[in-house]
Ligand binder design. Structure first.
Ligand code: FPP
Ligand code: MG
Ligand code: MG
Length: 356
Protein backbone atom coordinates (compact mmCIF):
# COMPACT_ATOMS: atom_id res chain seq x y z
CA UNK A 1 0.00 0.00 0.00
CA UNK A 2 2.92 2.34 0.73
CA UNK A 3 4.26 2.11 -2.81
CA UNK A 4 0.86 2.74 -4.40
CA UNK A 5 0.13 5.59 -2.00
CA UNK A 6 3.20 7.44 -3.21
CA UNK A 7 1.89 7.28 -6.77
CA UNK A 8 -1.51 8.76 -5.91
CA UNK A 9 -2.08 12.50 -6.41
CA UNK A 10 -4.34 13.30 -3.45
CA UNK A 11 -5.10 16.81 -4.66
CA UNK A 12 -6.09 15.63 -8.15
CA UNK A 13 -8.79 13.23 -6.92
CA UNK A 14 -10.94 15.89 -5.28
CA UNK A 15 -9.75 18.98 -7.16
CA UNK A 16 -13.17 19.68 -8.73
CA UNK A 17 -15.02 19.26 -5.48
CA UNK A 18 -12.50 21.40 -3.58
CA UNK A 19 -13.03 23.99 -6.31
CA UNK A 20 -16.80 23.79 -5.74
CA UNK A 21 -16.26 24.22 -1.99
CA UNK A 22 -14.05 27.26 -2.71
CA UNK A 23 -16.70 28.78 -4.98
CA UNK A 24 -19.34 28.34 -2.32
CA UNK A 25 -17.00 29.86 0.23
CA UNK A 26 -16.45 32.93 -1.91
CA UNK A 27 -20.16 33.34 -2.45
CA UNK A 28 -20.90 32.89 1.24
CA UNK A 29 -18.72 35.90 2.03
CA UNK A 30 -21.45 38.42 1.34
CA UNK A 31 -21.90 41.67 3.16
CA UNK A 32 -23.67 44.94 2.47
CA UNK A 33 -20.52 46.65 3.66
CA UNK A 34 -18.18 46.71 0.63
CA UNK A 35 -14.95 47.09 2.60
CA UNK A 36 -15.84 44.10 4.74
CA UNK A 37 -16.63 41.88 1.79
CA UNK A 38 -13.37 42.88 0.06
CA UNK A 39 -11.34 42.19 3.18
CA UNK A 40 -13.02 38.88 4.05
CA UNK A 41 -12.76 37.75 0.44
CA UNK A 42 -9.04 38.51 0.29
CA UNK A 43 -7.58 34.96 0.60
CA UNK A 44 -10.45 33.33 -1.27
CA UNK A 45 -9.51 35.03 -4.54
CA UNK A 46 -8.15 32.79 -7.30
CA UNK A 47 -4.36 32.55 -7.06
CA UNK A 48 -4.18 33.19 -3.30
CA UNK A 49 -6.22 30.27 -2.08
CA UNK A 50 -3.23 28.40 -0.72
CA UNK A 51 -2.76 24.64 -0.78
CA UNK A 52 -6.32 24.00 0.41
CA UNK A 53 -4.94 21.05 2.33
CA UNK A 54 -7.82 20.96 4.82
CA UNK A 55 -10.73 20.72 2.36
CA UNK A 56 -8.72 18.23 0.32
CA UNK A 57 -8.04 15.86 3.17
CA UNK A 58 -11.56 16.20 4.59
CA UNK A 59 -13.22 15.34 1.28
CA UNK A 60 -10.83 12.43 0.73
CA UNK A 61 -11.68 11.21 4.21
CA UNK A 62 -15.41 11.49 3.47
CA UNK A 63 -14.90 9.28 0.41
CA UNK A 64 -12.61 6.84 2.17
CA UNK A 65 -15.25 6.36 4.86
CA UNK A 66 -18.38 6.28 2.74
CA UNK A 67 -17.05 4.49 -0.27
CA UNK A 68 -18.49 6.44 -3.14
CA UNK A 69 -17.45 9.36 -5.32
CA UNK A 70 -19.07 12.79 -4.83
CA UNK A 71 -22.63 12.77 -6.14
CA UNK A 72 -23.02 9.23 -4.90
CA UNK A 73 -25.72 7.95 -2.62
CA UNK A 74 -25.55 8.24 1.16
CA UNK A 75 -23.23 6.51 3.54
CA UNK A 76 -26.13 4.73 5.19
CA UNK A 77 -26.05 1.96 2.59
CA UNK A 78 -22.32 1.50 2.25
CA UNK A 79 -22.32 -1.25 -0.35
CA UNK A 80 -25.07 -0.04 -2.69
CA UNK A 81 -23.91 0.89 -6.20
CA UNK A 82 -24.27 4.54 -7.20
CA UNK A 83 -26.70 4.58 -10.11
CA UNK A 84 -27.49 8.28 -10.20
CA UNK A 85 -26.23 10.47 -13.07
CA UNK A 86 -23.09 12.51 -12.29
CA UNK A 87 -24.81 15.91 -12.70
CA UNK A 88 -27.15 15.33 -9.76
CA UNK A 89 -26.46 17.46 -6.68
CA UNK A 90 -24.55 15.71 -3.90
CA UNK A 91 -26.46 13.45 -1.57
CA UNK A 92 -27.04 14.72 1.96
CA UNK A 93 -24.03 13.12 3.73
CA UNK A 94 -21.72 14.41 1.02
CA UNK A 95 -23.22 17.88 1.20
CA UNK A 96 -22.62 17.86 4.95
CA UNK A 97 -19.00 16.74 4.51
CA UNK A 98 -18.53 19.65 2.08
CA UNK A 99 -19.94 22.03 4.69
CA UNK A 100 -17.47 20.74 7.27
CA UNK A 101 -14.66 21.32 4.73
CA UNK A 102 -15.95 24.86 4.17
CA UNK A 103 -16.14 25.58 7.89
CA UNK A 104 -12.62 24.22 8.48
CA UNK A 105 -11.13 26.32 5.68
CA UNK A 106 -12.98 29.43 6.84
CA UNK A 107 -11.75 29.02 10.42
CA UNK A 108 -8.23 28.42 9.10
CA UNK A 109 -8.23 31.62 7.04
CA UNK A 110 -9.76 33.60 9.93
CA UNK A 111 -6.95 32.39 12.18
CA UNK A 112 -4.37 33.46 9.58
CA UNK A 113 -5.89 36.97 9.42
CA UNK A 114 -5.55 37.30 13.17
CA UNK A 115 -2.16 35.60 13.21
CA UNK A 116 -0.66 38.03 10.71
CA UNK A 117 -1.79 40.93 12.89
CA UNK A 118 -0.24 39.32 15.97
CA UNK A 119 2.96 38.45 14.08
CA UNK A 120 3.00 41.78 12.27
CA UNK A 121 3.55 39.84 9.02
CA UNK A 122 3.63 41.78 5.78
CA UNK A 123 3.28 38.89 3.32
CA UNK A 124 1.11 35.77 3.10
CA UNK A 125 0.65 33.33 0.23
CA UNK A 126 3.09 35.36 -1.82
CA UNK A 127 1.06 38.58 -1.66
CA UNK A 128 0.81 41.56 0.66
CA UNK A 129 -0.91 40.33 3.82
CA UNK A 130 -4.40 41.69 4.48
CA UNK A 131 -3.24 43.58 7.59
CA UNK A 132 -0.46 45.21 5.56
CA UNK A 133 -2.99 46.09 2.89
CA UNK A 134 -5.96 47.42 4.89
CA UNK A 135 -4.57 47.81 8.39
CA UNK A 136 -4.85 45.79 11.58
CA UNK A 137 -8.30 46.92 12.62
CA UNK A 138 -10.07 45.92 9.44
CA UNK A 139 -8.03 42.69 9.18
CA UNK A 140 -9.13 41.62 12.67
CA UNK A 141 -12.75 42.43 11.91
CA UNK A 142 -12.53 40.52 8.63
CA UNK A 143 -11.31 37.51 10.64
CA UNK A 144 -14.23 37.94 13.05
CA UNK A 145 -16.60 38.16 10.13
CA UNK A 146 -15.28 34.87 8.71
CA UNK A 147 -15.74 33.22 12.11
CA UNK A 148 -19.31 34.50 12.13
CA UNK A 149 -19.87 33.05 8.65
CA UNK A 150 -18.43 29.72 9.77
CA UNK A 151 -20.74 29.77 12.80
CA UNK A 152 -23.81 30.26 10.62
CA UNK A 153 -22.81 27.33 8.39
CA UNK A 154 -22.06 25.25 11.48
CA UNK A 155 -25.47 26.00 12.96
CA UNK A 156 -27.13 25.03 9.68
CA UNK A 157 -25.81 21.48 10.10
CA UNK A 158 -27.99 21.12 13.21
CA UNK A 159 -25.65 18.60 14.79
CA UNK A 160 -24.74 19.38 18.39
CA UNK A 161 -21.66 17.16 18.46
CA UNK A 162 -20.26 18.75 15.30
CA UNK A 163 -20.99 22.20 16.73
CA UNK A 164 -19.22 21.33 19.96
CA UNK A 165 -16.16 19.89 18.23
CA UNK A 166 -15.71 22.86 15.90
CA UNK A 167 -16.27 25.30 18.76
CA UNK A 168 -13.57 23.45 20.70
CA UNK A 169 -11.24 24.17 17.77
CA UNK A 170 -11.77 27.91 18.23
CA UNK A 171 -11.03 27.55 21.93
CA UNK A 172 -7.84 25.60 21.15
CA UNK A 173 -6.67 28.10 18.52
CA UNK A 174 -6.91 30.99 20.93
CA UNK A 175 -5.36 28.97 23.80
CA UNK A 176 -2.45 27.87 21.59
CA UNK A 177 -1.74 31.39 20.46
CA UNK A 178 -1.84 32.74 24.02
CA UNK A 179 0.32 29.84 25.29
CA UNK A 180 2.88 30.82 22.69
CA UNK A 181 2.64 34.51 23.46
CA UNK A 182 2.91 34.23 27.24
CA UNK A 183 5.34 31.32 27.70
CA UNK A 184 7.76 31.83 30.58
CA UNK A 185 11.42 30.80 30.63
CA UNK A 186 10.67 27.20 31.57
CA UNK A 187 7.98 26.75 28.92
CA UNK A 188 10.06 28.43 26.21
CA UNK A 189 12.62 25.60 26.35
CA UNK A 190 10.15 22.76 26.78
CA UNK A 191 9.30 20.35 23.96
CA UNK A 192 6.16 19.27 25.88
CA UNK A 193 4.92 22.84 25.94
CA UNK A 194 5.71 23.15 22.24
CA UNK A 195 3.76 19.98 21.40
CA UNK A 196 0.72 21.02 23.44
CA UNK A 197 0.76 24.44 21.83
CA UNK A 198 1.18 22.85 18.40
CA UNK A 199 -1.83 20.61 18.96
CA UNK A 200 -3.89 23.69 19.84
CA UNK A 201 -2.59 25.90 17.02
CA UNK A 202 -2.69 23.42 14.16
CA UNK A 203 -3.65 19.83 14.93
CA UNK A 204 -6.93 20.52 16.74
CA UNK A 205 -8.54 21.93 13.60
CA UNK A 206 -7.47 18.91 11.54
CA UNK A 207 -8.38 16.37 14.24
CA UNK A 208 -11.78 17.76 15.09
CA UNK A 209 -12.87 18.56 11.55
CA UNK A 210 -11.81 15.04 10.53
CA UNK A 211 -13.98 13.61 13.31
CA UNK A 212 -16.86 15.80 12.13
CA UNK A 213 -16.55 14.38 8.62
CA UNK A 214 -16.63 10.86 10.08
CA UNK A 215 -19.74 11.82 12.06
CA UNK A 216 -21.63 13.24 9.09
CA UNK A 217 -20.58 10.19 7.05
CA UNK A 218 -22.28 8.01 9.66
CA UNK A 219 -19.03 6.16 10.32
CA UNK A 220 -18.83 3.81 13.35
CA UNK A 221 -17.11 4.96 16.59
CA UNK A 222 -13.75 3.29 15.82
CA UNK A 223 -13.56 5.10 12.48
CA UNK A 224 -14.45 8.41 14.18
CA UNK A 225 -11.58 7.93 16.60
CA UNK A 226 -9.21 6.97 13.78
CA UNK A 227 -10.24 10.10 11.84
CA UNK A 228 -9.48 12.25 14.89
CA UNK A 229 -6.09 10.60 15.43
CA UNK A 230 -5.27 10.93 11.73
CA UNK A 231 -5.97 14.66 11.85
CA UNK A 232 -4.09 15.10 15.10
CA UNK A 233 -0.90 13.35 13.99
CA UNK A 234 -0.99 14.81 10.49
CA UNK A 235 -1.44 18.26 12.03
CA UNK A 236 1.52 17.76 14.37
CA UNK A 237 3.72 16.53 11.49
CA UNK A 238 2.54 19.43 9.32
CA UNK A 239 3.36 22.10 11.91
CA UNK A 240 6.75 20.60 12.80
CA UNK A 241 7.66 20.72 9.10
CA UNK A 242 6.31 24.27 8.94
CA UNK A 243 8.62 25.19 11.78
CA UNK A 244 11.59 23.49 10.08
CA UNK A 245 10.84 25.43 6.88
CA UNK A 246 10.77 28.66 8.87
CA UNK A 247 14.46 28.02 9.56
CA UNK A 248 15.62 26.28 6.39
CA UNK A 249 13.32 27.86 3.79
CA UNK A 250 13.50 31.19 2.01
CA UNK A 251 10.84 33.90 2.17
CA UNK A 252 10.39 33.82 -1.61
CA UNK A 253 9.58 30.10 -1.69
CA UNK A 254 7.43 30.22 1.45
CA UNK A 255 5.47 33.27 0.34
CA UNK A 256 5.73 34.55 3.90
CA UNK A 257 8.63 35.81 6.02
CA UNK A 258 11.30 33.23 6.93
CA UNK A 259 12.93 33.10 10.40
CA UNK A 260 9.67 34.57 11.58
CA UNK A 261 9.47 32.35 14.65
CA UNK A 262 12.86 33.17 16.13
CA UNK A 263 12.41 36.85 15.39
CA UNK A 264 9.13 36.63 17.29
CA UNK A 265 10.98 35.02 20.21
CA UNK A 266 9.62 31.52 19.64
CA UNK A 267 11.78 28.38 19.79
CA UNK A 268 10.27 25.58 17.69
CA UNK A 269 11.04 21.85 17.39
CA UNK A 270 14.34 22.08 15.46
CA UNK A 271 15.72 24.64 17.91
CA UNK A 272 14.45 22.83 21.01
CA UNK A 273 15.90 19.54 19.78
CA UNK A 274 19.18 21.21 18.81
CA UNK A 275 19.43 22.64 22.33
CA UNK A 276 19.70 19.10 23.73
CA UNK A 277 23.15 18.75 22.20
CA UNK A 278 24.00 22.47 22.06
CA UNK A 279 23.22 23.87 25.52
CA UNK A 280 24.58 27.23 24.32
CA UNK A 281 21.18 27.66 22.68
CA UNK A 282 19.33 27.64 26.01
CA UNK A 283 20.10 31.17 27.15
CA UNK A 284 19.17 32.47 23.70
CA UNK A 285 15.87 30.59 23.81
CA UNK A 286 15.14 31.92 27.31
CA UNK A 287 15.78 35.53 26.33
CA UNK A 288 13.67 35.03 23.19
CA UNK A 289 16.62 35.67 20.86
CA UNK A 290 16.47 39.34 21.86
CA UNK A 291 20.22 39.86 22.38
CA UNK A 292 22.25 41.45 19.58
CA UNK A 293 23.06 38.78 16.97
CA UNK A 294 21.01 36.11 18.78
CA UNK A 295 18.97 35.04 15.74
CA UNK A 296 22.04 34.62 13.53
CA UNK A 297 23.92 32.81 16.33
CA UNK A 298 20.99 30.45 16.91
CA UNK A 299 20.64 29.69 13.19
CA UNK A 300 24.33 28.80 13.09
CA UNK A 301 24.13 26.58 16.17
CA UNK A 302 21.09 24.77 14.78
CA UNK A 303 22.76 24.31 11.39
CA UNK A 304 25.89 22.88 13.06
CA UNK A 305 23.98 20.18 14.97
CA UNK A 306 21.33 17.61 14.24
CA UNK A 307 18.30 19.60 15.43
CA UNK A 308 16.73 19.83 11.99
CA UNK A 309 17.25 16.11 11.37
CA UNK A 310 15.76 15.30 14.79
CA UNK A 311 12.76 17.50 14.06
CA UNK A 312 12.30 15.79 10.70
CA UNK A 313 12.39 12.42 12.46
CA UNK A 314 9.77 13.62 14.94
CA UNK A 315 7.53 14.83 12.09
CA UNK A 316 8.04 11.49 10.31
CA UNK A 317 6.98 9.62 13.46
CA UNK A 318 3.71 11.52 13.60
CA UNK A 319 3.14 11.14 9.86
CA UNK A 320 3.62 7.37 10.23
CA UNK A 321 1.06 7.21 13.05
CA UNK A 322 -1.38 9.18 10.91
CA UNK A 323 -0.87 6.75 8.01
CA UNK A 324 -1.41 3.78 10.34
CA UNK A 325 -4.82 5.18 11.34
CA UNK A 326 -5.95 5.12 7.73
CA UNK A 327 -4.57 1.63 7.12
CA UNK A 328 -6.42 0.35 10.19
CA UNK A 329 -9.81 1.51 8.86
CA UNK A 330 -12.38 -1.12 7.81
CA UNK A 331 -11.67 -2.45 4.31
CA UNK A 332 -12.80 0.13 1.76
CA UNK A 333 -16.35 -0.32 0.44
CA UNK A 334 -15.31 0.21 -3.20
CA UNK A 335 -12.32 0.95 -5.43
CA UNK A 336 -12.83 4.71 -5.14
CA UNK A 337 -12.83 4.54 -1.33
CA UNK A 338 -9.61 2.52 -1.52
CA UNK A 339 -8.03 5.15 -3.80
CA UNK A 340 -9.02 7.90 -1.35
CA UNK A 341 -7.53 5.94 1.56
CA UNK A 342 -4.28 5.68 -0.35
CA UNK A 343 -4.46 9.41 -1.05
CA UNK A 344 -4.79 10.08 2.69
CA UNK A 345 -1.67 8.00 3.27
CA UNK A 346 0.05 9.87 0.46
CA UNK A 347 -0.72 13.19 2.19
CA UNK A 348 1.13 11.98 5.28
CA UNK A 349 4.23 11.52 3.09
CA UNK A 350 3.79 14.79 1.24
CA UNK A 351 3.67 16.95 4.36
CA UNK A 352 7.19 15.68 5.08
CA UNK A 353 8.63 16.53 1.69
CA UNK A 354 6.92 19.84 0.98
CA UNK A 355 9.02 22.96 0.47
CA UNK A 356 6.33 25.54 1.23
C1 FPP B 1 -0.14 30.34 12.30
O1 FPP B 1 1.01 30.10 13.01
C2 FPP B 1 -1.26 30.55 13.28
C3 FPP B 1 -2.19 29.65 13.64
C4 FPP B 1 -2.19 28.31 13.03
C5 FPP B 1 -3.25 29.93 14.65
C6 FPP B 1 -3.45 31.39 14.98
C7 FPP B 1 -4.51 31.58 15.99
C8 FPP B 1 -4.88 32.78 16.44
C9 FPP B 1 -4.27 34.02 15.92
C10 FPP B 1 -5.94 32.88 17.49
C11 FPP B 1 -7.19 33.49 16.93
C12 FPP B 1 -8.04 32.39 16.44
C13 FPP B 1 -9.10 32.51 15.60
C14 FPP B 1 -9.99 31.35 15.40
C15 FPP B 1 -9.42 33.74 14.88
P1 FPP B 1 2.41 30.76 12.63
O2 FPP B 1 2.41 32.20 12.94
O3 FPP B 1 3.43 29.91 13.31
O4 FPP B 1 2.47 30.43 11.09
P2 FPP B 1 2.74 31.34 9.83
O5 FPP B 1 4.19 31.17 9.55
O6 FPP B 1 1.90 30.73 8.74
O7 FPP B 1 2.37 32.75 10.11
MG1 MG C 1 2.43 33.87 11.72
MG1 MG D 1 1.88 33.18 14.69
Amino acid sequence: AAASAAAVDPFGIVVDEVQAVSERLRHSVVSNVPALKLAADYYFRPGVQGKRLRPTLLLLLASALSGRPPGGAGAADWAAPDLRPPHEPPAEPRRRAQRVAEIAETIHVASLLHDDVIDDASTRRGVLSLNASVGNKLAILAGDFLLARASVTLASLRDHEVTELMSRVLENLVSGEVMQMTAGEEALGSLDHYMTKTFCKTASLMANSARCVAIVAGAPPAARDAAWEYGRHLGLAFQIVDDILDITGSSSVLGKPALNDMRAGIATAPVLLAAREQPALLPLIRRKFKGAGDVAAAVELVAAGSGVAAARALAAEHAAIAAAQVRALQPAACAHAQLCSEALVSITQRVLTRSK
